[in-house]
Structures are given as C-alpha cells and as structure tokens.
Design a protein around this ligand. Structure first.
Ligand SMILES: [Zn+2]
Length: 204
C-alpha cells in the first residue's frame, strides 16, 4: 500500500487514462498512461517510473503511427532503411556521405525522427536493388563497395529471403557471364525462382 506523500494519510490508487496528443507534429491517440490518485486529498501524482512508462508508450505509438503513414505513402520505414544500410555494410555516417541528407540523416531516418524525401527514398531503393547503381554511388563518394554484401547477408539470414534470393540469382547469372567462379559455381542457383518484378515493400 502506497501512502500519499502530500497529505501523509491517504492511500494512492493507480489510475489509467488515454488521450489524444501531438508528438513531434504527429497526432496520436495513446492509451494506458498511468498516474496515482490520493483517496484523501485528491492529489494526482506521477512517479518517475510511471513517467518513464508513459514516455515509452507515447514513443511506441509515435513510431507505429510514423511507420503506418510511411507505408501508406509507399516510403521505406526506419527499420527497412536500417536493414538496407546494414546489408550494404555501411555505417550511418558512410550512408550520409554516399546518399547525402546531412551527417545525422540516417540516424534520424532509422529512429523515425525525420521522414526521408521521396527522392532520398528512391535513391536508397535504387542502391538496394541495383548493385551497379550502388557501386556508382559508393565510388562517387569515395567509399569501397563490396559486391558480396547481399550474398553474405543471405548467409546470416535476412528478413526477406525471397528478395535476396532474387538478387543473388541475378548476380549469379551476370557473374557467370563475366566468368566469376565464386558466384557462377553456386550449385543451388538454377533451382531458385527469379522474382524480378517483386518490389521491396511488397515483400512485407
Ligand atoms: Zn493525499
């Protein structure tokens, strides 16, 4: 039993509430926010722990809403941008150097703090889906591009293997033309279905 620190007599009862609010310019409806209410003096108190929980609930609602709006607008979510960046084996700083947008751009995109422009979104998708475009962007920014990025991601288990499989298949075909033994030797290549028309977001 928690005693009210204001009157020193009443018992505190935890109450839950929901509200409509704006967080970083986004309208949210949040539920299950908490505070304590004193039966004697009517004081309403929010403990540091409740404040942290409330902040976490608001933050989660914000990210969910941002992701929903981004999907609606056919933009990559922060999680998807991070997955592409990690697949390309670059840091957030390197990504900013390669794609532009300012030095903290990718930290902000990935945390859903900032929504990327349509142009930036297309550029990230291009680098993700077209190895030669990625190579051009990397080399133009003075960053080393590894052609094995997609393959090694597949090995450790990506979230959307059908997309990676498609890319690996294309890479294997093009590399067998150019005589790259590492890729053309892949024995499982012929058994894979090539799904070129599948867009990244459709694979969700
Ligand atoms: Zn009280």
């Amino acid at each position: 039993m928690n005693i009210c620190p204001i009157c020193g007599q009443g018992e505190l009862e935890t109450k839950f509430y929901g509200r409509e609010m704006q967080h970083k310019g986004v309208n949210l409806i949040v539920e299950n926010l908490q505070f304590d209410c004193c039966h004697e003096c009517g004081a309403e108190l929010t403990s540091p722990e409740q404040m942290n929980q409330n902040s976490e609930i608001i933050r989660t609602a914000f990210i969910n809403e941002r992701e929903r709006v981004k999907r609606e607008q056919n933009l990559l979510t922060g999680v998807e941008i991070r997955q592409i960046r990690e697949r390309l084996k670059i840091t957030q700083k390197q990504a900013a150097n390669i794609f532009g947008g300012g030095s903290n751009a990718f930290a902000k995109y990935e945390a859903e703090d900032v929504v990327q422009s349509v142009g930036m979104d297309k550029l990230i998708r291009l680098a993700s889906d077209v190895p030669e475009a990625a190579r051009w962007l990397f080399e133009n920014a003075g960053e080393a591009y590894s052609n094995n990025s997609i393959l090694s991601c597949f090995k450790i288990g990506g979230l959307r293997p059908n997309v990676y499989v498609s890319k690996i298949h294309q890479m294997a075909i093009s590399s067998s033309d150019s005589g790259d033994e590492n890729l053309s030797a892949a024995p499982w290549c012929d058994s894979l279905t090539c799904d070129n028309d599948r867009k990244y977001v459709d694979a969700a």
